[in-house]
Structure formats: C-alpha cells, structure tokens
Design a protein around this ligand. Structure first.
Ligand code: GCW
Length: 710
C-alpha cells in the first residue's frame, strides 16, 4: 500500500493459500505478459514456502532461465531439475520434454480457447497446459483452489473452459463525490478504490491486488465508473482518458479488461455539437474519432457501457430514435477495434402515477426491447437486470431473457447489497444467483438462463453472452465492508465461469482459501460455523423483509431498513397495493397489467394462475386476500407473521453461532463480523415489527400463535 492506505485484507488469496504450490518444484514455460504474472506468482509462492521455480520458453532460444530469490539457479540452457508441476503455454517452440512425459498432449482433443486450460497428472508431475496466456493464469488459480489435491496421484485429466466469455463487474464509482449518492453509488464499503474527490487515486498496490483477486475468481472485465455519468465522469472518455489508461495498465497484468460508462450526450457535453442524434453524420464522426483516440491510448479497451433514457440519463428518445439506433451508433464506432457496447435494458418511466394500476414498471424492459430483437449489431450486448424490477431479494426472472433470440445478452446481477442488507447483513447470494442462472424460461427440459448466455442461438453464428454484476468493493480494509460479503464477489466470478457450480461448494472453496486451515485454531469449527451462518442467509433475509415476492418496502432514497409504504404513493412504480382486504400486484392478463403474457409457456400460464403460481412469487403476480391459502397451507397473513418471527430468530441464532468462533480466527475479522451481526439483529427486529404491525393493523387478523405484535 502507498503509505497512507491501510493494508487491504488478503481475501481469498492469502499467502497460506499458495502453500501446496509454493512448496513444489515448478516449471513455467512460455512468454507473454500473463505468463510473466504466472511466473511472478509462482516465484512469490516458492519464496514463501520453500519451493523452486524455473522458466523456459522465453525468447527465440527458449533457453532455461535462472531465477532469483528462493529459486535454484540453473545454468543457462542446462536441464531443468526434476519438477512436480509444469505450467506450459503452447506456442511455436517445443514444449518442455516433461510435458510430453506427463502425457498430457495425448489427452488433448482440440483447442483450449482464449482462457481455457488442461489439467493433468502423470509420472508424478502435475501439468497445466494452455493455448493462450490467460488460460495459464486461470490454471494457476485453479491449482491454488485445489491445494494439495492438485498433486494427488489420482488427479483426473480435465479440460476447463469458462461457460461465459465475459465475466464483468460494473463499478458504480463516481469520480467526483455526488451530493446525494456520494463517492460510490450504492457503495457500502467506503470510498472508491479508483477515485477520490474528483481525482484518480492511482493506488497501484491496491489496484494490482484487486486485479489479482478478480483473476482468482475468474472475472475478466470491469467498468470503472458509474452508469449514471455526471459532468466530471463524462470527461474520462476524452481529456481524462489517461486516468482510465492507468487503471487498464494495472489490471492488464491479471487479464482484466477495462470498460467505461459513457453518456449518450457526450457529443454535446464534450464535443460541442448541437445534437447527439444517433443518425446525424457529425455525431457518428464524433464517436468514430473519439473511439479511435481511446484505442490509440488503450489498445485492449473493452468498450462502452450505457444507461440511456433511464432515470434521467440522456438517450435516443430525445431525438425520436429508438434504442437500436442508439446502441448501433456506439457499436459502429467500436467495431473496428473489437470493442463492445453494453447497452442497459433498464428503461422505464420513473415518473409514473401511483393512482394508475395498469402502467407496470415490470413490463417496461420487454415492451421497449423485445420489438427490437434482430436490429442490434453483433457487438451490442443488451444488459438486462435479472428480474423485471430492480435487484430485489425475490423476483421472477426477467422475461426479456427469453424474448431476444437474435440479440447478444448480458444478465446483470447486483453483488453490492443495495436491497439485500447493504453489507451490514450477512446475505450470501450464491444460492439466489444459482437459482436465476438455472431457471428454464421455456420450462422443464429446455435451456436455462445460463445456457442462453453461453450460446444464444439466432440468425447467424452462435453469439454468446455475458454475466455482469454491480461491484461491492471499496477502499474498506476488508474490500466489501462486511468480511463475509467477500464471498458474494467470489461466488459471482465462479458462477460466471461455471454457472452449474453448486453455491455451497463455491462457499467451501471460499472458506478454504480465505480461512486457511493452517491459520485457524479449529478449521472444522470455522467451516461449520461459516456454513451455518451463510448457507441459508439469503432465505433468512427474505423471511424478515418483503414477503412472497412483493418487493421494495424499503426506506426511500437509501433503501436500508423497512418502510412499508415508503414508495407506495411515489412515481417510482414499485407498489404493493396493500389495503384492508389484501396485498399484491395483479399482473395477470385476465384482470391485471398483462405482464404474465411476456413469458413463454409454461410460465405464462403458471404465473397467470393464483393456484399454480409459486408461493414465493405470489404477491409479485397477484393481489390476493389475506386469507388466501398458500401451497404451504398457511394463509398469506399468517405466513407474513411466521416468516418474520422465524427470520429474526434465525439471525439471533447466526449471531450465537458466530460467537463460538471467538479465539479461533483473526480477532479483527471476528470483531467486524460480530458488530455487523449486532446491527443485523437490530435491523431484522425492526423489519419484523414494522411488517407484522403493518399487516396486523391493515387486516385486523391476529397472529394464530398469539405472539406480540405492536
Ligand atoms: O437499483 C437502482 C439504484 C440506482 C441505480 C439504478 C440503475 C445506478 O437504486 O442507484 O443507478 O438502479 O441500475 O441504473
């Protein structure tokens, strides 16, 4: 760190996690920036844990290169000693003999791709083989996750390739502190790691450590500024481009490409043009020239992220154009360089009349975008929030995902816990994301959301999509405010790499890396406790907050804590319609907003019917009487009481469990989590009491179990 900054927590890459690898005799073969990174990582690990490392395949002569530190020098060109591990990049020159001896090339059945790797073991040597440098880097971190198991004689040969080609984090970081939203919009982990008070921080060790953590979980792209692009941030595209280039230089070492949020009005606000009309020649020229300058400075620049015609951001509607016109304008400017536009589908009317029960914010993304399917250029990625509303603790999956077969899609998740406890509450979101990614929009036996992203069929070649999430990282020493919120960042990367991973197994990986058994007094207790506290925490959060998919009920503005009617009479389109008889939003075709009609069968029928609609989404789709009986056998109002009492009891139990860890883990982490659990108990109690009281007063129905309601 640069002196003034506290040392950041090692998160899932502490030195101890490199123990197995660092104690071995390792050969790194190949050249390129990322191979250098791999070599540096291995050399660092070997220096700390007593191993040795050699490097071959560098330069024309491909001679064995001696290395420094704890590394055993070998005479130039002379044989590398016996090794336990080889990380080799396939290139023009010969592979080290040991790779052939390990027999891995025989297990080879085709290219490994830009990021894939083959892991094999034979003749007592573990081999990681890649076709591209990034593959070697991901192979290295895979070895770290495996630990000693990577050297098991029985290690099976396996090819690893990411399911999704782009695994991206969007930072909602402002360069200048925003008067309402602060340095990081919806940030719960201190300031920004990139920007402070209008300036670039250029904190090289921190950004390098960040890139390393991202590569360590599989993330390969980030955008560095908020999608709400204010005046200062707009300039990152032009006269402040150097600041973006600096970040790109730092993150390139770990295979992370940098993208930028831009304002659609850039030609006006930066270019002095009278218009930003996407069909205007001068506007096109401006974007072409500007993009050329970006690539001259950052050759591997990822592309633009755009929030247009949404919550006050400018967009093509101002010029009578549609969103395909808008997105294609930028796509054309980026195409010569291989860049992409992430164009957000979060377009809705935020000046709605609450008296009007038929305008439905949930419908908006589909209504705007589904008719445009087929019109977007190939390097446009339509970025869709996973649910139709806004990152709630429970929503149906967005119908847009099934509606755009000819469009490249990105699904957007929210790692930052805006609506899930703001990193004061433990809420492990892996299970929720896994449910979303595994949802089958066309019903049982058909493709999942993850399948759609992995290979969108349509006219032309298979397209492939992205998984994107809003980042939860700041300059907090624990990166995420809540030390356990690190698991959400880790799980996001891992699920983007392989959406079929079991979120419980991902949590195990995270626990083993973050709390290495060698550093804890009682590893089994640590693991059991973390599982007890985290496994069910998302469902627990759901229990004590908004019931049955109804959503919101948060305090307006900052969105923390309960306020049942906080948004009820506002223009934001997020209502629950509770009255003395019932609660919920009628989104049926028969009597409501018709939103259920945006789904293909079977969901269009399942959601339409009160009887078949899953309990957890009932109030998202239907307005029902409090006496309505759920599949669970409970009435709606009794369900609300029961889940709220149970939710708080579970949080109290989580805190009890956590206290048993006293003395077994880093005391600072223990304290930080403990403080946050105290707040979680307080906040959950407030949620319980407000929700129960509200529904008791509205309905007049007492709790069947006679518990205290205020
Ligand atoms: O969830 C809402 C947030 C806004 C955010 C917006 C969006 C960046 O409350 O803070 O703006 O979504 O996704 O654009």
């Amino acid at each position: 760190m640069n002196g003034e900054e506290p040392m950041a927590h090692a998160a899932w890459l502490p030195a101890e996690a490199f123990g197995a690898l660092g104690a071995r005799r390792v050969l790194v073969h190949g050249e390129g920036l990322l191979v250098d990174t791999v070599f540096d990582e291995v050399a660092g690990a070997c220096a700390g844990h007593g191993g040795q490392v050699w490097r071959t395949g560098v330069g024309a002569e491909s001679g064995d290169a001696p290395t420094a530190g704890a590394v055993r020098p070998v005479a130039g060109g002379s044989a590398v000693g016996a090794v336990d591990l080889v990380l080799a990049l396939r290139g023009p020159g010969p592979l080290p003999a040991v790779v052939a001896r390990a027999g891995t090339t025989t297990g080879d059945d085709g290219p490994l791709g830009d990021e894939g790797f083959l892991l094999a073991r034979a003749d007592d040597v573990t081999v990681v083989l890649a076709d591209a440098p990034a593959g070697l880097l991901y192979g290295l971190f895979h070895l770290v996750r495996l630990g000693e198991a990577a050297f098991d004689a029985e290690l099976p040969v396996r090819r690893h390739r990411p399911a999704l080609r782009r695994r991206m984090l969007d930072h909602w970081d402002n360069v200048a502190v925003h008067p309402v939203m602060g340095q990081v919009e919806r940030g719960y982990a201190g300031g920004s790691i990139f920007w402070r008070d209008g300036a670039a921080r250029r904190d090289a060790p921190r950004i390098r450590a960040y890139g390393r953590l991202l590569a360590g979980c599989g993330v390969n792209a980030i955008s560095v500024n908020n999608v709400n692009v204010h005046a200062t941030e707009a300039r990152l595209l032009t006269d402040r481009l150097d600041e973006v280039a600096w970040i790109a230089d730092a993150l390139r070492l770990y295979g992370v490409r940098v993208h930028l949020s831009v304002t659609f009005a850039a030609p006006v606000v930066l270019g002095d043009l009278p218009t930003a009309d996407p069909l205007d020649e001068k506007v096109r020229d401006w974007w072409a020239t500007t993009s050329a300058q970006v690539y001259a400075r950052i050759p591997d620049f990822g592309g633009y992220l755009v929030k247009a015609d949404s919550e006050g951001q400018p967009g093509p509607f101002s010029y009578g154009r549609d969103h395909a016109d808008g997105a294609n304008l930028l796509a054309e400017a980026l195409a010569p360089y291989g860049g992409v536009v992430h164009w957000r589908a979060f377009v809705y009317d935020h000046r709605q009349d609450w008296r009007d029960r038929f305008t439905d914010r949930a419908r908006a993304a589909y209504d705007h975008f589904a008719p445009l399917d087929g019109r977007f250029h190939d390097n446009v990625v339509l970025q869709v929030k996973f649910g139709p509303l806004d990152f709630q603790v429970r929503e149906p999956v967005s119908p847009v995902i099934a509606a755009m077969p000819a469009t490249r899609l990105a699904v957007e998740l929210q790692v930052t816990q805006e609506y899930t406890g703001q990193q004061r509450h433990v809420c492990y979101l892996g299970p929720w994301w896994s449910e979303v990614l595994g949802f089958r929009p066309w019903g049982p036996g058909e493709r999942t959301v993850a399948d759609v992203l992995a290979d969108v069929p349509g006219p032309g070649p298979a397209r492939g999509g992205d998984l994107v999430a809003v980042a939860n990282v700041g300059d907090d020493p624990y990166w995420c405010g809540h030390p356990l919120a690190q698991a959400n960042l880790y799980a996001f990367g891992r699920l983007a790499w392989d959406p079929r991973l079991d979120p419980g197994a991902v949590l195990d990986e995270w626990i083993d890396l973050t709390f290495p058994p060698s550093t804890s007094g009682d590893p089994a207790l640590v693991r059991a406790t973390l599982h007890a506290v985290m496994d069910g925490s998302w469902r627990t959060y759901e229990r004590y907050t908004t019931p049955l998919g109804v959503g919101f009920m948060v305090r307006p503005g900052h969105h923390y804590g309960p306020d049942v009617d906080g948004y009820e009479y506002t223009p934001w389109g997020t209502y629950h319609f509770a009255d003395r008889d019932g609660v919920g939003v009628d989104r049926s075709r028969a009597t409501g907003t018709g939103f259920t009609g945006q789904y293909p069968p079977p969901w269009s029928q399942v959601y339409e019917s009160r009887e078949h609609c899953p309990d957890e989404l009932l109030l998202f789709f239907h307005h029902v009487p409090y006496s309505h009986v759920l599949h669970s056998g409970s009435t709606v109002v009794q369900h609300i009481y029961d889940t709220h009492f149970a939710g708080v009891e579970q949080v109290v139990a989580m805190r009890e469990r956590w206290r048993r860890l006293a003395g077994t883990i880093d005391p600072a982490v223990y304290e930080r989590v403990g403080e946050r659990l105290d707040e979680q108990v307080r906040s959950a109690t407030e949620w319980r009491d407000q929700l129960n009281t509200y529904f008791f007063r509205k309905s007049g129905v007492p709790d069947a179990r006679g518990r205290r309601i205020h």
